[in-house]
Design a protein around this ligand. Structure first.
Ligand SMILES: [Fe+2]
Ligand SMILES: [Fe+2]
Length: 407
């Protein structure tokens, strides 16, 4: 039968192309987003989630749902849901992670008698969704470690009706999952290295905690996505920027490693002279990413040097022609769109988080006070379009705050 063979070859080469693409993605969340999207495209599935193993638990790590996205524009908040599932035979995802066997289910509400697992309708209930057919496959590395599961939901036929997944589809998604596992492990390693760079900053300046930078990273990409959609920037471009933006935003203050303890840890207000030195953390940050070898380096440098600029021109560092010159003459801050968009976004994300969080030297502001302040600073400290995007996804911002709350 020559026809199916030809079809298979085409599909496998498509899968290899996808795997190749996945291998270039650095940010773990962006990678999960892409893997899920590709697996769903392959099966025309309406929704899906990825769970990553963490000890004896599965952490709900990523979700996509087209039907909900259509009704609720701010559906990104589900991405930031937090819940764990034990790796055991009681749940569908737990069972697959435990045994390493994929599961193909026709209707999750009508499971065969005699199986140990059951379907948890929690997500359906909170989102008014009806899960029916489901395909769950393990993410297995080349060393045969199960690092998580990918679960796709509600396959659709050509007319858009919900149908069952086929054995063929199970095979293809398993193939994709195996290849994706390598990329996931690599992206996790990148994230770890970045977190260690941040840990170094944190050791120097206890105000820059891992949770603070995680929040700033997530706020920034969500604000960017909304802002970019408002500006009608093509989706492909948005996706590409989001991949590097989170990590780059997380590193906004990494230049503080080069500021002396006397200034960094000084209780109380800095003198004018000390503040001038403190300002230079922006430049030291940019120096760390000199000679960019990737988009990520370039964006990190841009954010480091511009995250204290203000829309009305009253911020710093302004136009610096040589970031290595010892003496940097007082600069006039950059103004308006002269400040790169990434800097304008991180400025808001960073200030919002600083005000609303408790820090060693201050109590948190009340939420309504923070929002009032941000509204007032629109057009002064902040870009009005960025403020607008921030307010229109505020439920997502809140979900991020909960996910990365200080313990
Ligand atoms: Fe800073
Ligand atoms: Fe910060």
């Amino acid at each position: 039968m020559p026809k199916p063979v030809k079809k298979n070859t085409k599909r496998i080469s498509e899968l290899l192309k996808i795997s190749e693409k996945l291998n270039h993605i650095k940010d773990i969340d962006s990678l999960l987003d892409n893997i899920l999207l590709e697996a769903r495209k392959f099966t025309r599935a309406d929704a899906g989630s990825i769970f990553l193993a963490d000890g004896d638990k599965l952490k709900f790590s990523y979700v996509q749902n087209d039907s909900i996205a259509k009704i609720d524009e701010g559906n990104n908040k589900y991405i930031y849901s937090i819940f764990d599932i034990p790796i055991d035979d009681k749940s569908i995802a737990g069972y697959v992670a435990l045994t390493g066997d994929p599961l193909l289910i026709e209707d999750v509400y009508q499971l065969n008698g005699g199986v140990s697992y059951s379907f948890n309708p929690y997500f359906d209930e909170i989102s008014c969704y009806r899960t029916k057919s489901m395909l769950t496959v393990p993410l297995v590395t080349s060393q045969q470690n199960i690092i998580g599961v990918i679960q796709i939901i509600n396959a659709k036929d050509k007319k858009g009706e919900v149908t069952s997944f086929s054995n063929d589809q199970m095979m293809y998604v398993s193939f994709l999952a195996n290849n994706a596992s390598v990329a996931i492990e690599r992206a996790k390693m990148t994230r770890e290295i970045v977190l260690r760079m941040i840990k170094m900053t944190e050791l120097r300046d206890p105000r820059e905690t891992g949770n603070h930078v995680n929040r700033v990273g997530s706020y920034s990409i969500e604000i960017y996505e909304k802002w970019a959609k408002n500006k009608k920037i093509p989706l492909e471009e948005i996706k590409k920027v989001k991949d590097t933006f989170r990590i780059a935003a997380m590193l906004h203050d990494v230049g503080k490693v080069a500021i002396s303890d006397m200034i960094l840890k000084k209780p109380g207000k800095l003198t004018e002279e000390e503040f001038e030195i403190m300002k230079k953390h922006t430049i030291f940050g940019a120096q760390l990413f000199e000679n960019p070898v990737s988009d990520w380096d370039a964006l990190s440098a841009e954010i480091a040097i511009s995250h204290h600029e203000k829309w009305d021109g009253s911020g710093y560092m302004g136009r610096v022609d040589n970031i290595y010159r010892e003496e940097i003459a007082p600069q006039i801050g950059k103004k308006g769109e002269e400040i790169p968009i990434a800097g304008r976004i991180v400025a808001l994300a960073d200030v919002y988080d600083a005000l609303i969080s408790k820090r060693v030297y201050k109590e948190p502001w009340k939420e309504e006070e923070v929002l009032k302040y941000i509204g007032e600073q629109s057009g002064k400290h902040f870009d009005p379009d960025v403020v607008k995007a921030f307010f229109s996804i505020y439920d997502v911002i809140r979900a991020i705050r909960e996910k990365y709350a200080e313990k």
